[in-house]
Write a protein that binds this ligand. Structure first.
Ligand SMILES: Nc1ncnc2c1ncn2[C@@H]1O[C@H](COP(=O)(O)OP(=O)(O)OP(=O)(O)O)[C@@H](O)[C@H]1O
Ligand SMILES: [Mg+2]
Length: 268
């Protein structure tokens, strides 16, 4: 079948908590091609994470979401799927590295057990095959001495290593689309660059599509093909990343670019 991997049209997301009802995403449309990397950039609260979660029909903790519009994955309408079908899709066809790496890993389970869960569930691997696959994946994302470290618990790894482990879990079932939500925010600059390089390399090797979410235009430069700029629940600008950098059309995009001093030419 031709056409983009993911096609989102007029998506609106309402988030309901015990205290309020918020229109977090207000009718956005975008496509992601099967081998494309697409950036989503915008200030805090602009709706980036809610958009990503909506693609997997996940609500933020303690909330309920209502979705309108359409989300098609290889032409199949996700909003029409039942919950059992969604469970088969999450992690398998669309996988996400969530924004908060500390809370995304279970502190009382070994890394191997957490990886095994996903591999047994989606790929029906035996315990032993899942363990072997887990070691390969840890190796792939650059965890030294993976065969020994697979039995360690999250607190025994550095922040950068935990992020690598989350990436390993996310790609373990070879998803079509990997969503990385602020994958480097909690990390120091050197480690940030390493993690971004890892994401780029994996995307190339595995031919995945990548949705990269960040509030930092500096992070998407050199990483993505196209960028969507979000502001208050809407996409206010989108285009090839070089073009958006060179000729931002929207005042809000210009403001975001002005906040990235290292991109403005003079080095040092
Ligand atoms: N847990 C929540 N409870 C209530 N409202 C929420 C919750 N999470 C998000 N929202 C609403 O959805 C809007 C968009 O939130 P979202 O998390 O998508 O922002 P974001 O762009 O990812 O921001 P950040 O850069 O801080 O991660 C928020 O402004 C808020 O109104
Ligand atoms: Mg967010």
């Amino acid at each position: 079948m031709t056409g983009p991997l993911l096609s989102v049209r007029d998506l609106a997301v309402t988030v309901t908590t015990r205290r309020e009802v918020v229109r977090a995403v207000r009718g956005i449309s975008f496509d992601i091609g099967a081998d494309e990397a697409v950036g989503f950039v915008g200030e805090s609260g602009s709706g980036k994470s809610i958009t990503a979660k909506a693609l997997m029909r996940l609500a933020p903790e303690g909330t309920a979401i209502a979705l309108t519009g359409s989300i098609a994955l290889r032409g199949q309408d996700i909003l029409g799927l039942g919950e059992a079908e969604m469970r088969g899709l999450r992690g398998r066809r669309i996988a996400m590295v969530f924004q908060d790496p500390m809370t995304s890993l279970n502190p009382v389970m070994s890394i191997g057990a957490q990886m095994g869960d996903m591999l047994r569930r989606h790929l029906a691997l035996s315990g032993r095959a899942a363990r072997e696959r887990g070691i390969e994946l840890l190796d792939l994302v650059g965890i030294p001495d993976a065969a020994r470290r697979i039995d360690d618990h999250p607190h025994q790894f550095s922040g950068g290593q935990r992020q690598r482990i989350l990436i390993a879990i996310a790609i373990s079932c070879e998803p079509d689309l990997l969503i990385a939500d602020e994958p480097t925010t909690a990390l120091d600059v050197t480690v940030q660059a390493q993690i971004l390089r890892l994401l780029l390399r994996l995307r190339e090797e595995r031919g995945m599509a990548l949705m990269l979410i960040t509030h930092d235009f500096g992070v998407v430069a050199g990483m993505v093909d196209r960028v969507n700029v979000m502001y208050r629940g809407e996409i206010v600008e989108s285009g090839p990343v070089g073009q958006v950098f060179a000729e931002p059309q929207h005042g809000y995009t210009r403001a975001l670019l002005d906040a990235v001093p290292r991109l403005q030419g003079t080095a040092g």
